[in-house]
Ligand binder design. Structure first.
Ligand SMILES: Cc1cc2nc3c(=O)[nH]c(=O)nc-3n(C[C@H](O)[C@H](O)[C@H](O)COP(=O)(O)OP(=O)(O)OC[C@H]3O[C@@H](n4cnc5c(N)ncnc54)[C@H](O)[C@@H]3O)c2cc1C
Ligand code: SF4
Ligand code: SF4
Length: 1014
């Protein structure tokens, strides 16, 4: 394998303009998609242009290496994985090439939502609407013939394509649409007909022995059309009889209606071919005017049967959408958003979202009324909880299914709703009859299944709730599929409505289509005689394909033979077992939500910066899961390419917040880093930065020199060369007297120590306030005292250790954690709150210490710890916070740090700032600051850090405010990086407004200067 990979690199790396990756982190990241499967590819290619794809396809044919096209890898059937070269079109080939009046030319990797953002400005859109529009690529949609809730009105991807530029196995590039057959004349309308395809072949050019890559595109096109026409003509009867005329069907190849007298509609056949016939490198799509007059309503039912009955009555009214959601999905919707809570009844067993379109608002509202009247007349019990007729409100109602489908993965317990029979479709008029039959199949196998249906088009998304299967242990899965698919066939339905066949359904196509399968094989033979285009998808002889490539989901602890030939299982560095760590990683279902760059959520800053799959949280979960479950962690860590992977996480925890499955990616990555640290230690810069508190005391002693040197560019350049600290980063000045060595702490006025009968809090100071901003410590103590508290500041506390923890130096972090726990445990046991002005410290004490130190004390300290904002906001909510604030007539710019979000207590500091009269808070909503503790200080990370923080940095340069405000010292550094105004901690504004520290008004006037902060 390694030899083949080396050769591939040698042969292809310089030949293509894009890149080729063969390192472990890359191949493992691309070995899964949103399906249950896993196949490690030989390599991953990132083409930059069609020529690259031609080169790859010619090389593949000459060397017998499979090619697997991939978009966002959000397919649920395992279509985008395979053992050859995976071609990721989403990285570089993701542009909108040109936009015309009613057409658009795109590259395959463009994300549907990004395309529609551009089209919307012109009042148009690409209409097929999969629910994961922010993730799915157009190439992937064409690959599976994607569709969505409005399929009944707008159709599927297939209905919106004019031509496809396709690279065939062998490397020929063809533009394929509706093709005129040679020797035929067409009198029909042929606006988008490819006339130059009508070339007759001589006998010699038909020679089968000709090497594929040696053929010209013209020969290939002619040969292709001639053979296709012959196959379709000879099997016309079979196709008519065996391919059902369903609204939704992406099972096998679309052959029905492809041959029309003198034309052959190749584009419609290519759509849904799952990369098995050719690689799409561009496409011309039809665009559609944005819908104007629509009405929508949500109906709640006290039984699933009631909803099904209602649906049956509604379908003849020709709604443009009618989705059915079961009880589980509705309750997820209630939990997801307060606005959904208002419209989903708590005891509803099922719900319908109905949409009507028409020529006027009056008409569409009338159609809703007609529907209600009909249901009432038939005595159907329902409750209409919301109706809408303007664009935004209708879109809001349709956001519900998208939201809950991805949230399905968050259901608690060992079993999960699994996608393997998630795509059946039956004729809509038989839906009500089919649903009880399907339910009986699940009952027979003793499973329950969640149900989401695009009822108007007969599409049913079942997800049986079962333990995640693994290789060699999945008989139930196969049996359920077999039984359900038999019923689907009896009802004239299809097993793949819009997700394609992939690995999960290919083994069943033969049974579904009978004799037509042979025709599919012939079609494959014409396009791809060497079977190199996405092998094993649609065409396969493997009867066990559905379960053969299931993901590795359990560590190899009980397989002695495997363990003997492998290195010893790694000793876990965090406080979890290898099984628990693997389980945490297995929670990632690959949905791809964390790939999104158009999300309103914050998600992963690394993805937001460049969208690369290998830095996505999904890749991180998969790489760690694969390494643990195949016991190959050491191999991974030994590879050079792994360092980029390890460096692509700085423990901001945003992925965990926004991931529907709540996968604990940060701890998985820290475990991997800790393993790496065990083997290789930290770099010089990492070591320096994570232990800066040990040098900072000395720097403070001579702060008059240190601070001058910090602002000297020559010194900083030398400093960068020797120690790797960025010469461009504005750094904080050192204080002369550390807060923990100040009179405030030493004179023991802070003796609200255990035993005191006054309300007391314990102040955990952490690094920044101690070494750079003692004024913050003082301000906080005064604010607390002003509110009647004594403040106990244990002198033996040290820094929280988050920098060491995030870098994987768990030995060092554990030593600090133990010291702090010793300093804090006594008051914690007494029930005192431990309050941190640094949100990162609060996070470290509450979430990281219990993963570092395995004793009850760590848990007790964690339980008592909170951040300053939450503590004071809680006082305020209980009416215990003094309100004697004087006005601060000024505008300030607020940034919410990632670690405040990670504490999951809202933005309490904003609540407190709102109490200050005349203070105007301008919100900066630009995502992560990119500083992440010490990450942005290292020269190696500086450019990535400012790339991630660019939005925030730019805003701080232009915003009309006297100061930036944030409670995170690290974010503060980034906010001041290029700004001319200072950034201060909100506690200081509270102290100023209380009149406790008038000198703080001077802080608002101090400016960042040169290479040092304000
Ligand atoms: C939460 C969730 C919700 C979903 N909702 C829907 C939905 O509402 N409707 C729906 O239809 N699907 C849905 N899906 C399934 C999936 O997202 C879609 O099938 C989607 O269109 C796949 O797009 P992708 O870019 O991720 O493609 P991939 O998964 O990367 O690829 C899908 C298939 O297309 C092929 N392909 C990709 N690019 C090319 C190319 N350039 N040339 C040739 N073949 C190519 C691949 O080989 C593969 O067979 C959902 C999935 C998830 C996880
Ligand atoms: S990490 Fe979460 S959001 Fe990302 S793919 Fe996995 S489950 Fe989906
Ligand atoms: S913790 Fe932050 S940086 Fe790490 S993967 Fe999650 S979102 Fe990305």
């Amino acid at each position: 394998m390694e030899e083949r990979r080396r050769r591939l690199l040698e042969d292809l790396n310089d030949a293509i303009k894009g890149e080729l990756r063969v390192d472990r982190a890359a191949v493992v990241a691309y070995s899964t998609d949103a399906s249950l499967y896993e196949i490690e590819p030989l390599a991953v290619a990132f083409p930059r242009e069609t020529r690259d794809v031609e080169i790859l396809a010619a090389y593949s044919a000459d060397n017998n290496i499979p090619l697997i096209a991939r978009g966002a890898g959000s397919g649920l059937a395992g279509g985008a994985i395979g053992s050859g070269i995976v071609i990721d079109f989403s990285r570089h080939m993701n542009q909108v090439v040109s936009i015309g009046e009613d057409r658009v030319r795109v590259q395959p990797g463009v994300v549907r939502e990004k395309l529609n953002e551009q089209l919307r400005e012109r009042g148009r859109y690409f209409a097929p609407d999969p629910s994961n529009t922010r993730i799915t690529t157009v190439g992937g949609m064409l690959g599976v013939d994607g569709a969505g809730s409005h399929a009944v009105r707008v159709g599927s991807a297939r209905d919106h394509v004019e031509t496809i530029e396709c690279v065939l196995s062998g490397g020929q590039r063809l533009e394929l649409g509706r093709e005129l057959l040679a020797g035929r004349d067409s009198s029909t309308d042929a606006t988008s007909l490819n006339r130059d395809s009508a070339v007759m072949l001589s006998e010699s050019s038909l020679s089968d022995s000709l090497r594929l890559s040696a053929m010209t595109a013209t020969t290939r096109r002619a040969l292709l059309l001639q053979k296709l026409a012959q196959i379709l003509r000879e099997n016309a009867q079979l196709i008519h009889e065996l391919q059902p005329p369903l609204l939704r069907n992406s099972c096998g190849y679309r052959l029905r209606g492809i041959l029309q007298d003198s034309q052959i509609d190749v584009r419609r056949m290519l759509v849904g071919s799952e990369g098995t016939l050719g690689l799409f490198t561009e496409a011309t799509l039809f665009t559609t005017p944005l819908p104007r007059n629509r009405s929508a309503a949500i109906l709640m039912f006290s039984s699933l049967e009631g909803a099904i009955q209602a649906m049956q009555l509604i379908l003849p009214l020709e709604p443009s959408g009618c989705d059915l959601l079961d009880r589980r999905l509705l309750s997820l919707g209630r939990g997801a958003d307060q606005r959904f809570r208002d419209i989903i009844l708590p005891d509803a067993e099922a719900g319908l979202i109905i949409e009507f379109s028409g020529f006027s608002e009056r008409e569409v509202l009338q159609r809703l009324d007609d529907m209600q009247r009909l249901l009432n007349d038939r005595r159907i019990e329902f409750q209409l909880t919301r109706q809408a007729s303007n664009y935004d409100d209708v879109e809001f109602l349709w956001a519900l299914p998208g939201k809950v489908v991805s949230l399905l993965a968050s259901l608690k317990g060992n079993s999960r709703p699994l996608p393997f029979v998630e795509d059946v479709a039956v004729p809509p008029e038989r839906l009500a009859e089919f649903l009880p039959v399907a339910q009986r199949v699940f009952q027979r196998h003793e499973v329950t299944a969640t149900l989401y249906a695009h009822a108007a088009s007969g599409q049913l998304h079942f997800r049986p709730i079962m333990p995640i299967p693994c290789r060699g242990d999945a008989t139930a899965m196969e049996a359920i599929a077999r039984d359900l698919y038999r019923k689907v066939r009896d009802f004239g339905g299809t097993i793949s409505g819009e997700h394609g066949d992939g690995l999960s359904r290919t083994a069943f196509i033969r049974t579904q289509y009978g004799a037509l399968y042979r025709v599919f094989q012939q079609i494959k033979e014409v396009f791809d005689p060497q079977k190199l285009m996405n092998p094993e998808k649609i065409i396969s002889n493997d009867p066990s394909l559905t379960v053969r490539y299931l993901r590795h989901t359990r560590p190899m602890v009980d397989e002695p033979s495997a363990v003997q030939s492998k290195p010893l299982l790694p000793v876990m560095q965090l406080a979890w077992t290898i099984e628990e760590a693997t389980d945490a990683a297995v929670r990632c279902n690959g949905c791809g939500t964390c790939r999104t760059q158009v999300s309103p959520q914050r998600m992963c800053p690394f993805v937001e910066a460049n969208g690369d799959e290998e830095v996505s949280p999904r890749a991180k979960a998969n790489v760690v899961r694969n390494s643990l479950s195949t016991n190959s962690l050491q191999e991974l860590l030994a590879e050079a390419g792994t360092s980029r992977f390890l460096a692509s996480c700085f423990n901001c925890k945003q992925c965990q917040l926004d991931c529907p499955s709540e996968v604990n990616i940060p701890h998985l990555l820290i475990e991997a880093r800790a393993q790496h640290f065990q083997a290789h230690g930290l770099s010089k810069t990492e070591k320096l930065l994570s232990r800066v508190h040990t040098y900072a005391r000395m720097a403070s002693r001579v702060s008059f020199i240190t601070n001058r040197l910090l602002n000297n560019s020559l010194f900083r350049r030398i400093f960068q060369r020797i120690l790797g600290i960025s010469a461009q980063r504005r750094l904080p000045r050192f204080t002369q007297t550390l807060f923990l060595e100040s009179q405030r702490v030493l004179r023991n006025q802070n003796s609200g120590a255990p035993g005191s009968n006054k309300p007391t809090v314990v102040y955990f100071v952490d690094y920044f306030a101690n070494h750079h901003d003692p004024e913050l410590g003082e301000a906080f103590v005064r604010v607390l005292e002003h509110n009647g508290y004594r403040v106990f500041i244990p002198q033996s506390q040290t820094v929280c250790g988050m920098a060491m923890f995030s870098n994987g130096d768990l030995t060092g972090a554990r030593t600090l954690a133990e010291q702090n726990i010793r300093a804090l445990i006594e008051p914690a046991r007494e029930g005192y709150s431990i309050v941190c002005t640094e949100p990162t410290a609060a996070l470290c004490l509450t979430q990281e210490y219990p993963m570092l130190v395995q004793n009850d004390d760590a848990g007790i300290v964690a339980q008592q710890t909170t951040d300053a904002g939450s503590f004071l906001a809680d006082l305020h909510r209980r009416g215990l916070l003094k309100r004697d604030f004087s006005p601060l007539p000024m505008r300030i710019a607020w940034h919410t740090p990632c670690h405040v979000k990670a504490l999951q207590k809202g933005t309490p500091m904003l609540e407190l700032l709102a109490l200050i009269p005349e203070l105007t808070v301008l919100m900066i909503e630009k995502g992560c600051s990119g500083m992440a503790g010490t990450f942005g200080i290292a020269a190696a990370n500086f450019s990535k850090s400012v790339e991630i923080g660019a939005g925030l940095i730019n805003e701080m340069q232009t915003i009309d405010a006297v100061a930036g405000v944030t409670d995170c010292s690290s974010c503060r550094m980034q906010m001041e990086q290029a700004a001319t105004i200072p950034t201060i901690h909100p506690i200081k504004l509270l102290a100023l407004s209380y009149g406790l520290m008038p000198r703080l008004s001077e802080r608002l006037k101090s400016r960042p200067n040169g290479l040092v902060m304000s």
